[in-house]
Design a protein around this ligand. Structure first.
Ligand SMILES: O=c1[nH]c(=O)n([C@H]2C[C@H](O)[C@@H](COP(=O)(O)O)O2)cc1CO
Length: 139
């Protein structure tokens, strides 16, 4: 099982520690191709590759290889939205996790998409349970 985890980089790294914890949980289910998204050393300068073209092409290749995309969508990120759209377009299973108490508005383009399983949560344990349930439903 290959998993693509999407989380904000240039959109802001305020949730980076949470991404790392979600990635650790996802590893119970398979190989997370995008572990770097949880790297605390990765800043919003987004220096995760020599060029933007390299980052884009590498990530799209990983996305197309993956069986499922899990995105933490609380921090607003253009890249995460783009990845979700590409995953939905090719029929991947998509789980989006959103914290309504963080004071952010979730786009209707994610909240209103029938191809996305959206779960609102408030704690890490709730996010972990949502992941467990998603895998149970999609096993
Ligand atoms: O350096 C990077 N490395 C990388 O893998 N990405 C991908 C993975 C993330 O899920 C997503 C983050 O997009 P953004 O940087 O627009 O917040 O894009 C994005 C960047 C920088 O845009």
């Amino acid at each position: 099982m290959k998993i693509y985890f999407a989380g904000s980089i240039r959109g802001g790294r305020e949730d980076a520690a949470l991404y790392l914890q979600i990635i650790e949980h996802l590893k119970n289910y398979g190989e997370v191709l995008t572990e770097h998204v949880g790297d605390p050393a990765l800043t919003s300068a987004g220096d995760d590759g020599p060029t933007d073209r390299y980052i884009h092409d590498r990530d799209v290749e990983w996305l197309l290889q993956s069986d499922v995309l899990v995105a933490e969508v609380t921090a607003v990120s253009m890249g995460v939205g783009y990845e979700i759209g590409r995953a939905v377009a090719v029929g991947k299973k998509v789980l989006c996790l959103f914290r309504p108490d963080a004071g952010k508005n979730l786009s209707a383009m994610v909240a209103g998409c029938s191809g996305i399983k959206l779960v609102q949560y408030t704690s890490l344990s709730e996010a972990q349970s949502a992941i467990d349930q998603f895998w149970e439903e999609n096993a």
